[in-house]
Design a protein around this ligand. Structure first.
Ligand code: URA
Length: 231
């Protein structure tokens, strides 16, 4: 990869800014000052400094956001607030959202620029469970709970079996292994209830933990591998 692209991807600055920094002799690669922006870099092995700062290159960004209600899961929108407004320091990345949440849904939302990662997580083939906590408009009875566990036809297809647990009379946990549009709300409505509040707590074994609402953090390497299914 070219040195200017490497530095821009690492968040040092825009492509134009890093070109200037390189030209002025602020960049060293393996202890040698490099002034040519098109110098080829091995992102796994080369040791790159800008001034006194060691550059830690990450090929992709993996961000976990605790989405508050009232934000659209979109990268841009003319009229509404989007989750991108809550993410800082990643303007140089072409982030997209992995598995959107409705505007009024809160919780676990991933953003990345790694298309393969997104494909892996959203493909039903990989059985990555999306865990939701659903607060209902009223207490759920046994009969409805049994119905909720049964696959139904949705969008012309049978839903995959989901795991359904009653956590308290008005709180149900649903783990989905696919992601049809408004799936949780539609499942709940089919058995005669309304979703009062919907919150995603985890995907696979990675959970929101105590990340405050509206905050984000980078996933750890272990979490990334877990979600990629390579741990
Ligand atoms: N199912 C829904 O109905 N809404 C969401 O935001 C996520 C899953």
């Amino acid at each position: 990869m070219r040195l200017d692209r490497y530095l821009a991807n690492a968040g040092v600055g825009t492509r134009q800014e890093v070109k200037k920094v390189i030209r002025k002799g602020f960049v060293t690669v393996n202890d040698e000052v490099i002034t040519k922006a098109d110098t080829s870099i091995d992102d796994q092995h080369d040791i790159v400094y800008v001034g006194d700062e060691r550059i830690h290159y990450e090929a992709y960004a993996y961000i976990l956001l605790h989405k508050p209600e009232g934000y659209l899961s979109a990268t841009e929108d003319r009229d509404e607030k989007t989750v991108m407004e809550l993410i800082e320091g990643f303007d140089h990345r072409d982030l997209h959202i992995v598995g959107r949440l409705d505007k009024d849904t809160t919780g676990f939302l991933l953003l990345t620029d790694d298309g393969q990662f997104t494909h892996h997580l959203t493909s039903p083939k990989h059985h990555m469970g999306k865990r939701y906590h659903v607060t209902l408009d009223r207490e759920m009875d046994e009969d409805s709970l049994t119905k909720l566990r049964k696959p139904v036809i949705m969008d012309g297809d049978m839903t995959l079996p989901s795991d359904v647990t009653l956590l308290s009379p008005r709180l149900v946990e649903i783990i989905l292994y696919e992601g049809k549009h408004h799936q949780v709300k539609r499942m709940i409505e089919r058995v005669g209830y309304t979703v009062a509040q919907l919150h995603r707590v985890a995907i696979g074994n990675v959970s929101l933990g105590d990340l405050p609402k509206g905050s984000f953090r980078k996933l750890t390497l272990q979490e990334i591998n877990e979600l990629k299914g390579v741990s």
